[in-house]
Design a protein around this ligand. Structure first.
Ligand code: HEM
Length: 474
């Protein structure tokens, strides 16, 4: 059996790291022109086998647990930031259970409770942030969106007490932890770098606060909020009878929050920038909101009725998938279906839904931001739709954290698929929808969409990325 062709490179070990790292989609296009959809490249001592397009999604997302491992691919990156005993620092069956534990805080009943809290946080931000004072002004979305994402997620998922603790000291810890969550970790997770020391200190401070919060809630009687803290306090016993420790629960909270932080902040940054070039869409969105709720306070049920709003998020995720590559480490020689190739154990496989979603073959006029391209799907409804998976045959599978569609051979796959599928999709749609509606109700804005920066943890606009806003006359 043959090896997948390896892209030529000059510098041993480093390989194609620079071209891949700075312009991954362009790199994939160039390799595809030479080798077709399946090729390998050298990345800092690792051999990565890329399989582009829907067949590649199937190959990577639906690969058998006995053949590939996500933890062996990601643990270097996530364990130093999240801490031990969670996500990719545990065997897969434990991750599946941890996702199930967290999902208790990600239900419709929870979202109904979260929306007014999120609106409240966003309005407070508009009132108090120096970037939103007066009748008009400008704001760097790379500053505002991470902050608004953190506040809305913390208030809803972690409760009022924790939100009230988010002061300057806390912001410093988050920022230190964040700086230690970089692609550099893939290659060097535990170097004695000053930034890494700060990261470990910040992790200790943050998880200690979470543990204090857990202890405080234990002393109070009954459960009060359907948030992540209560979910994990009441529901974190594995099927073998062992319980997660408080430190592990705190680490899981860090992991879940971080999983949503960068992805969601990047997505809202991009839609604000795109809408700044499309005043027509801002007015259409304003009309949709007026027609749906008039001047009433927003509720989660209303978001489900706002088709254009949801399609705006959908289109943003198509053009700007936050994660340009998804990896697994191969642990058993893995034949590539439909080819004569075998990927040997020790190599990595890579899928890139972000490439398919921005490719002309699957999305004509792919570089044009057009939420209306999704109109024919009709309806709205919190993100995932059956139609996203074109050849899905109603077949679902349950890995423990709820039934999910088995079909992953769609070109549109922003939340992945299979056992590692995202559990945060509906939360993300709730948070992003609430944010978008509240922005449109209060402001009009203009901007120019910057180029993407592929070198950061998630694909962000090159900064600073300003929008010029003015208050909407009501
Ligand atoms: C997994 C995307 C928001 C928590 C994933 C995966 C993708 C993804 C592509 C699969 C990764 C893989 O297969 O290797 C996104 C996007 C988001 C988003 C585009 C927002 C726009 C969130 C939020 C949360 C979250 C808000 C938490 C509330 C997770 C978790 C996993 C995951 C726990 C599972 C990891 C695993 O099983 O290996 N996400 N996500 N995500 N995401 Fe998200």
């Amino acid at each position: 059996k043959d090896r997948v062709p390896l892209v030529f490179y000059w510098i041993p070990w480093v390989g194609s790291a620079v071209t891949y790292g700075t312009q991954p989609y362009e790199f994939f296009d160039n390799c595809r022109a030479k080798y077709g959809d399946c090729f390998s490249f050298m990345l800092l001592g690792r051999v990565m086998t890329v399989y582009l397009g829907p067949k590649g999604h199937e190959f990577v997302f639906n690969a058998k647990l006995s053949d590939v491992s996500a933890e062996a691919a990601y643990s270097n990156l996530t364990t130093p930031a999240f801490g031990e005993g969670v996500i990719y620092d545990v065997p897969n069956w434990k991750l599946m259970e941890q996702k199930k534990f967290a999902k208790v805080a990600l239900t419709t009943e929870s979202f109904i409770q979260y929306v007014p809290l999120m609106v409240d946080e966003i309005m407070k931000y508009f009132k108090t942030s120096p970037d939103f004072q007066g009748k008009k002004g400008e704001v760097d979305v790379l500053k505002s969106q991470p902050e608004m994402t953190l506040y809305t997620a913390s208030r809803s998922l972690m409760g009022k007490d924790l939100r009230n603790m988010l002061n300057a000291k806390y912001a410093g810890w988050y920022s230190d932890l964040d700086k230690g969550f970089t692609p550099l970790n893939f290659a060097f997770p535990y170097l004695p770098l000053p930034g890494y020391k700060l990261r470990d200190k910040a992790h200790a401070h943050i998880t200690n606060t979470y543990m204090e919060l857990i202890n405080k809630r234990r002393k109070e009687s009954g459960t009060h909020e359907r948030d992540l803290v209560d979910a994990l306090m009441n529901n974190s016993t594995y099927k073998d009878g062992t319980k997660m420790t408080d430190q592990q629960i705190a680490n899981l909270m860090v992991g879940v929050l971080m999983g949503g932080q960068h992805t969601s902040a990047a997505t809202s940054s991009w839609f604000l920038l795109h809408l700044g070039e499309r005043p027509d869409l801002q007015e259409e969105l304003y009309k949709e909101i007026k027609d749906t709720i008039g001047d009433k306070p927003l509720q989660w049920q209303d978001l489900q009725k706002m088709t254009l709003m949801n399609n705006t998020i959908r289109e943003t995720l198509r053009m700007h998938h936050p994660l340009h590559s998804v990896f697994r480490k191969v642990i058993h020689d893995l034949p590539v279906p439909g080819t004569k190739y075998v990927v040997p154990a020790g190599h990595f496989v890579l899928a890139s839904p972000g490439w398919s979603m921005t490719h002309e073959e699957f999305f004509p006029n792919s570089q044009h931001f057009e939420p209306h391209r999704w109109d024919k799907l009709g309806g709205a409804g919190g993100g995932f739709k059956k139609e996203d998976n074109a050849d899905e045959k109603e077949e679902t599978v349950d890995y423990g954290f709820g039934k999910i569609s088995k079909g992953v051979s769609s070109p549109y796959l922003p939340f992945g698929g299979g056992r590692h599928r995202c559990i945060g999709e509906h939360f993300a749609y709730t948070q992003l929808g609430t944010l978008l509606v509240t922005f449109i109700r209060n402001f009009k804005w203009t901007s120019k969409v910057p180029e993407p920066d592929y070198t950061s943890m998630v694909v962000l606009p090159v900064g600073p990325a300003y929008i010029k806003w003015e208050k909407r006359e009501k």
